[in-house]
Design a protein around this ligand. Structure first.
Ligand code: S3P
Length: 426
């Protein structure tokens, strides 16, 4: 069988979570913010268009954009529903922002987003004093009547940065103190960004509190590369036969680097060089080289730090020696698709031994060639995880909807082709 040699540098696009937050903070700031390297993808465009509908002049996304903020309570009622597309982060973070304003807004989304649970943000926002209406299944469309919120101390029953950030943005806009505690630490980009813009953010163990402030400073930020997008190329390098891939400018926030820790435990050579800090976010270069991978156990305590990379871990596990087990990850069932069911069904279709668990999965690795057409359910991370397996010599994997990766990584297939055929020029 042909061998795969990888080499060179892959520059993945800007971090999705930080891009959403940069646009929201820029909109709520006093003065003009400058954002470089914002992720130009469908999800971030959803946040931009929701902010536009609420009266903020967000330009078309590009490599450098400037946004004139309207201040903490300067948004105005939209004349149209707020269409969040496929983006859970847009719906949940903007729910918090809207709850702090004295008007009514209706949130809608595509078919996938309309199947995802919204009670988790509605409940704390109602406790703060907003009125939130959901469908009888507690899904979108969601109508929020905001304003006049009270402080809250919320104990979240799941580690969710979207829930935590919704509460923080509601408190920020309403000018009331909030605190949120969670069972495990979820990604903390909101905390880091707000602190760097002058907010009083305190972290105590698994609790974070935000004090009331009058205004937010404008930002001037370079969005680091997305570790969740970099993960696909780190995995490709680990699965290759020879060479290495360098991934520069990647966000190395420890709440996001769980995948690199798991990849290291699987035996891959992962070198991480932290180089700088941008808006409180550590940034650096990751270099990954191939190895014979071994199975791994991923448990609840580390799940939040690699929640979006778990489909990719399962795909790596299909090529690792032994049985990989992922548990404590029931949140995967309510992502853009039921990622436990989707990953296991697709692996089985390719001939991999895999089983669903209520809160995770088991995957047994082998060296057999994997062939078949996988079903993404329109889920970008499923498409790209199986895309990596499909790039390995000997495998023939078709993806039913390759375009769905436009949600987070529009150039994925071109970059994958360049990384696997370096001689074709990059
Ligand atoms: C995100 C938080 C996570 C993650 C999602 C982005 C964010 O979701 O899966 O892709 O930007 O806050 P949860 O908050 O539901 O865990």
């Amino acid at each position: 069988m042909a061998a795969l040699t990888v080499s060179g540098t892959v520059r993945v696009p800007g971090d999705k979570s930080i891009s959403h937050r940069a646009l929201i903070c820029a909109a709520l700031a006093d003065g003009t913010s400058h954002v470089r390297g914002v992720l130009e993808s469908a999800d971030v465009r959803s946040t931009a268009s929701v902010l536009r509908a609420l009266g903020v002049a967000v330009p078309t996304l590009g490599s450098t954009i400037s946004v004139r903020g309207v201040g903490l309570r300067g948004l105005r009622a939209a004349s149209v529903p707020l269409d969040c597309g496929n983006s859970g982060t847009t719906a949940r973070l903007m729910a918090g922002v809207v709850a702090g304003h004295p008007f009514t807004a209706r949130f809608t989304g595509d078919e996938s987003l309309s199947r995802r649970p919204m009670r988790r943000v509605a409940k704390p926002l109602e406790t703060m004093g907003a009125t939130v209406e959901l469908t009888s299944a507690e899904r979108l469309p969601m109508t929020i009547r905001g304003g006049n919120l009270k402080p809250i101390s919320w104990s979240s029953d799941r580690a969710s940065a979207q829930v935590k950030s919704a509460i923080m943005f509601a408190g920020l806009v309403a000018g009331v103190g909030v605190s949120v505690s969670e069972p495990e630490r979820s990604r903390d980009h909101t905390e880091r960004m707000l602190r760097s813009l002058g907010a009083d953010v305190r972290v105590d163990g698994l609790s974070v509190s935000l004090g009331a402030i009058r205004s937010l400073m404008a930002l001037d930020v370079d969005v680091p590369a997305d570790p969740s997008s970099a993960a696909f190329f780190a995995a490709l390098a680990a699965l290759a036969d020879d060479g290495s891939i360098d991934l520069p400018g990647v966000c190395l926030n420890p709440t996001r680097t769980g995948f690199l820790r798991v990849l290291t435990r699987m035996g891959a050579a992962v070198r991480i060089v932290e180089e700088t800090e941008r808006y409180g976010e550590p940034v650096g270069t990751v270099r990954v080289s191939p190895a014979d991978l071994k199975a791994v156990k991923v448990t609840a305590d580390e799940v939040p730090s690699l929640i979006d990379e778990l489909p990719l871990v399962a795909c790596l596990a299909a090529r690792a020696d032994g049985e990989t087990q992922i548990t404590g990850a029931s949140e995967l069932r309510v992502k853009e698709s039921d990622r436990i069911a989707a990953v296991v069904a697709n692996l089985r279709l390719l001939g991999v031994e895999a089983d669903e668990l209520p809160d995770g999965m088991r995957v047994r690795g082998s060296a057999r060639a994997l062939k078949g057409r996988i079903t993404t359910h329109g889920d970008h991370r499923i498409a790209m995880a199986f895309g990596v397996l499909g790039a390995l010599p000997g495998n023939e994997i078709m993806v039913d909807d390759p375009d769905c990766c436009s949600v987070s990584f529009p150039d994925f297939w071109a970059q994958l082709a360049a990384a696997t055929h370096p001689s074709r020029g990059r």
